[in-house]
Write a protein that binds this ligand. Sequence first.
Ligand code: F6R
Length: 241
Amino acid sequence: MDIIKVKDYQEMSEKACSHVINNIHRQDAPVLGLATGSTPEGLYKQLIEKYRQKKVSFEQTTTFNLDEYVGLENDDRNSYHYYMQEKLFNHIDISAEKANLPNGSAADLEQECRNYEAQIQQANGIDLQILGIGLNGHIGFNEPGVSFASRTHVVDLAASTREANARFFPSLEDVPTQAITMGIETIMESKAILLLVSGKQKTEAVARFVNGEISEGFPASVLQQHPQVTLIADEAALGEV
Ligand code: F6R
């Protein structure tokens, strides 16, 4: 695992941006795995900036997001579809057909999960998966206890995850109780992983991720077994690591 220690959130976002652009430039038809949440917002701002400066184009890029809430329409302000449009897709030259997220309002959610897996396979897999980490070690919405053999599936969200994400909703009751997420095995099949972490509230999670035992009780620990992981973390998040 490569660990890149940076000063703060801004530097994490800039370093992540260079890493992503290098990856895009290495491939004819790059496939990126994307995350939502607070962590990658700075990265997306940087990517938009580089696109405006004509340092990168996304015309050939295909993206697959990690997850989406169940029961929210794509145009719901709290859906991850909406987040991605607002924070990235509306501002770059990616084509709408190449920007993929699971459809959390599909009538048949199990079929939707199978379709999403098939789409990733058809794109020849993910070249670079961007990840954030939850306080309980979740990646995507793979909560503690998830099987390391899981593929894209419907999950019940942990109470702690709903509480952590309530800041984006009018109230806790409005936070959906389920989501579709890529599974651990789906994530592990990505050719490379870029994990971003910022802030002292994540210090314990980072320490467990880097040095803790590999266990389904702390899903991110599985990444210790991936051959190509880059962690970009700021001083606050790294703590003593
Ligand atoms: C988002 C996702 C989640 C977040 C994690 C950290 O698509 O899959 O695993 O990466 O909850 O969220 P933030 O960045 O808001 O701390």
